[in-house]
Design a protein around this ligand. Structure first.
Ligand SMILES: [Zn+2]
Length: 436
């Protein structure tokens, strides 16, 4: 096991059901040198069906593929923490997971081995709860609701997530609570929400028929709770809303065949229209800042809740890259979603970067993230150990993060990666430890 810095890897409920918790933990120590694991408290259907190369899990002996449910809890929720919200946690109904609680199963064996345990909490993307509570979903400027997410300014939504972190901090021995999908959800397009342009040049170019200005103006949220919060914070919400509406309707009413022809010629590649809009239109700038303020306030509220129960539990936040879509291509830019590395680094105990596949992408996005965080909290970036990565690519990633001054390594992920890739990670991490 690596001792001098954090080496973490995800542990999914279906992995420990398959391997057994002891074999799984001994495996991640042996094959990666991991000293920490993080486990999801819930997950989403789309990520197992659309992602992970068909979901085949080479280490699992019995469960070779697993289709996760949307938004159902793998731990045993305690109803008393959810008395202030109409949104109640729902336990998994998968017979495979009956009577199984991943946090309870892990807490003893993880700490017996001198490892750390983090509860991985996906927040505002939750298709199951969004469809059950459509009135809690984000609203776009046209009044449409994105029914795969929840608005952080809705009192029932923040009440629910305060309940989740209180429940975990009170009832389980965890060292950290990691916030993921931390932003105001918008539908990025495509059948799984994985982006309008995910097929164009590996996801780096806009789809041919999308005007980036329209994409930005089409993002939420304009629900009544956002309006109330914005007014409390001193934003002129009616003025902002009127201007976004006018510009969004102008985009809709433009001849889409012209937009399409221009796009085909590469007209939108520089995205200068977006920069012009933010620079020229004060109301647009204020609207985007309000989203960032929303996420900073949300992080502060959740952190205060966690620390009031257990000051030793760290609150970490995983964010999409500052400059591009994340590696899953579900979202375009963090700032459309209200996430700001710079603003959130003053609240989070550490920030995780989930960037693209290539070393170039990881280098560029990682550098931007480190500049934005500017030493205010530790920063780490995912090491993708799953195919198409090969052992040499694993070594390159780890050397790169080390040279950039990242503070920990998340090896993603034990379930899917070939052992030779994991061993490459282990050797490279040992070499870094020995040089310290
Ligand atoms: Zn809202």
């Amino acid at each position: 096991m690596i001792k001098k810095f954090s080496v973490s890897t995800p542990v999914y409920p279906w992995d420990i059901l398959d391997d057994g918790v002891d074999a799984y933990l001994d495996g991640v120590i042996e094959h990666i040198g991991a000293n920490s694991v993080y486990t999801p408290v819930c997950y989403y259907m789309e990520e197992s069906s659309a992602f992970w190369w068909g979901g085949v899990m080479p280490h699992n002996k019995k469960i070779h593929r697993y289709y996760s449910e949307d938004g159902r809890c793998y731990f045993e929720p305690d109803a008393k923490f959810y008395s202030n919200t109409k949104i109640k946690p729902e336990r998994t109904v998968d017979p495979l997971l009956a009577n199984f609680d991943n946090l309870r199963t892990l807490e003893g064996p993880v700490h017996d081995r001198g490892m750390q345990l983090s509860a991985w909490v996906p927040l505002f993307k939750n298709p199951h709860l969004a469809r059950r509570h459509a009135d809690c979903t984000p609203v776009d400027i046209f009044g449409g609701r994105a029914k795969h997410g929840l608005c952080p300014n809705n009192p029932d939504v923040i009440g629910y997530y305060k309940g989740i972190v209180s429940d975990i901090a009170s009832n389980y021995k965890v060292d950290a609570i990691g916030l993921d999908k931390f932003g105001i959800e918008y539908w990025a397009g495509g059948p799984e929400g994985h982006g309008w342009y995910n097929n164009v040049n590996g996801g780096h170019c806009w789809g041919a028929d999308i005007d980036p200005v329209f994409l930005m103006l089409n993002t939420p949220c304009f629900c009544e709770h956002c309006g109330r919060k914005a007014a409390e914070m001193g934003y002129d919400w009616e003025k902002i809303k009127a201007r976004v509406s006018k510009l969004a309707w102008s985009s809709v009413n433009r001849d889409s065949s012209v937009v399409f022809r221009l796009s085909q010629k590469g007209y939108f590649q520089g995205e200068s229209g977006v920069a012009r809009l933010i620079l020229e239109e004060e109301d647009i700038y204020q609207w985007l800042r309000f989203k960032i303020d929303t996420m900073v306030n949300t992080a502060k509220e959740l952190k205060a809740t966690i620390k009031s129960i257990s000051p030793d539990i760290k609150m970490t936040i995983a964010l999409d890259p500052p400059d591009r879509p994340n590696f899953q291509r579900f979202r375009h830019y963090g700032w459309l979603y209200g996430s700001s590395y710079r603003a959130l680094s003053s609240v989070a105990d550490s920030i995780g970067v989930a960037s693209g596949w290539s070393t170039d992408e990881k280098y560029y996005s990682g550098k931007l993230a480190i500049d934005a965080v500017d030493g205010r909290c530790p920063c780490n970036e995912d090491v993708h150990a799953i195919p198409p990565a090969d052992p040499e690519h694993i070594r390159e990633q780890i050397r790169l993060y080390h040279s950039m001054g990242m503070n920990g390594y998340v090896i993603f992920g034990y379930t899917w990666a070939p052992l030779e890739n994991l061993h490459a990670a282990r050797e490279e991490l040992r070499a870094i430890e020995q040089s310290m």
